[in-house]
Design a protein around this ligand. Structure first.
Ligand code: SF4
Length: 332
């Protein structure tokens, strides 16, 4: 499905292999297929949730988009402009538009810097502002994220976990980005604080028109914040749809199993749990055909040899499974 507005981010066939080297000559004996042909786009003021088990490649995909690591193949466009092959200078100016919020706010913050200097750092690096203008912008950013002016001179250890994540968000907002990659931004926080940070992200999105790539394993959190959701398994996206459609009627057996494990708040409802057999296979030696066939309760012979194409099963709802019909997806 095309996102509701012009894409801030377009990713096509993004691939990352990490070579496994052995011996005196460090010969490559295998590859870890961390990300394998991932495609999606995100529009203005849109949140795409990227979910999957640990090691499925979702965080690697985020790092590739941020150019923290180089892709093996594929294309990344930011507001229509390809960032591959861009010079360091050109990339530096594009970095303003793309920011990140990581899982652990404490390790993302320099413990020896005061909060105001942490938030001011990107302004000093990227913008030519007078000190009074920097001070004004920092105070404004503190207000935007629900921190108080009397906390400006504090050090990171003087804040609670939730406040530290607010500080990280203020720093990410400093350069007025278009896209923020949120990599498990609330996983390290208490549940009550998680809700506050998620609601803050939603409010900031409305205020500044931000696009989010929201990487997480907690489906309840993803359902709350996302407009569309992409599900990854062993480096590939296996299902992508708007959240209502995906949560109401998942089309891929892996998504079905993930959703069946989400706790239901109503005690009178007995959920039908689907317990997947076995572990996630190694990304070095992935099963042929559909990578999920070793754990799929519906697998049949064709699944063992033929890779399922991503199909548009319903308008805007894509799934890669031989049990589903529909035109092969061109654009997601
Ligand atoms: Fe299961 Fe086969 Fe569909 Fe893969 S293609 S998810 S193994 S039914």
């Amino acid at each position: 499905m095309k996102p509701p507005s012009s894409p801030v981010l377009e990713v096509k066939n993004l691939t990352k292999n990490f070579p496994v080297r052995r011996g005196l000559l460090s010969r490559t004996i295998a590859n870890v297929h961390a990300v394998d042909g991932v495609s999606f786009s995100i529009g203005d003021s849109e949140t795409l949730g990227l979910v999957g088990e640990s090691g499925c490649g979702k965080s690697t995909a985020g790092k590739l988009i941020l150019k923290l690591i180089e892709p093996t193949g594929g294309e990344i466009r930011l507001s229509g402009e390809p960032i591959e092959g861009m010079s360091a200078g050109a990339m530096r100016s594009r970095r303003r538009a793309m920011q990140v919020v990581f899982q652990d706010p404490y390790s993302s913050l320099n413990p020896r810097m005061r909060a105001r200097d942490i938030v001011a750092e990107p302004l000093r690096n990227f913008e030519r502002l007078l000190q009074s203008e920097v001070d004004e912008r920092v105070a404004e950013l503190f207000e935007n994220v629900g921190l108080r002016r009397d906390q400006l001179a504090r050090y990171p250890h003087e804040f609670s976990g939730g406040q530290r994540q607010r500080l990280v968000i203020a720093r990410a907002l400093a350069l007025r980005p278009k896209l923020i990659i949120c990599d498990e931004p609330v996983s390290a926080l208490d549940v009550s604080v998680q809700a506050q940070v998620i609601n803050l992200l939603i409010d900031l999105q409305k205020e500044f028109g931000l696009a989010y790539l929201f990487i997480a394993h907690d489906l309840a959190v993803v359902e709350h914040i996302s407009h569309r959701v992409a599900v990854m398994y062993l480096g590939r996206i296996v299902e992508l749809a708007d959240k209502e459609s995906l949560f109401a009627a998942p089309q891929h057996p892996y998504t079905e199993a993930l959703l069946s494990a989400v706790p239901v708040p109503d005690p009178s409802v007995v959920p039908k749990r689907i317990i997947l057999q076995g572990d996630v296979p190694s990304p070095i030696r992935r099963p042929p055909g559909c990578h999920f066939h070793t754990r799929c309760p519906y697998a049949f012979d064709r699944c063992k040899t033929e890779r399922p194409a991503m199909r548009e099963v319903k308008p805007g709802h894509f799934a890669a499974c031989h049990l589903r019909d529909g035109p092969v997806a061109q654009d997601m």
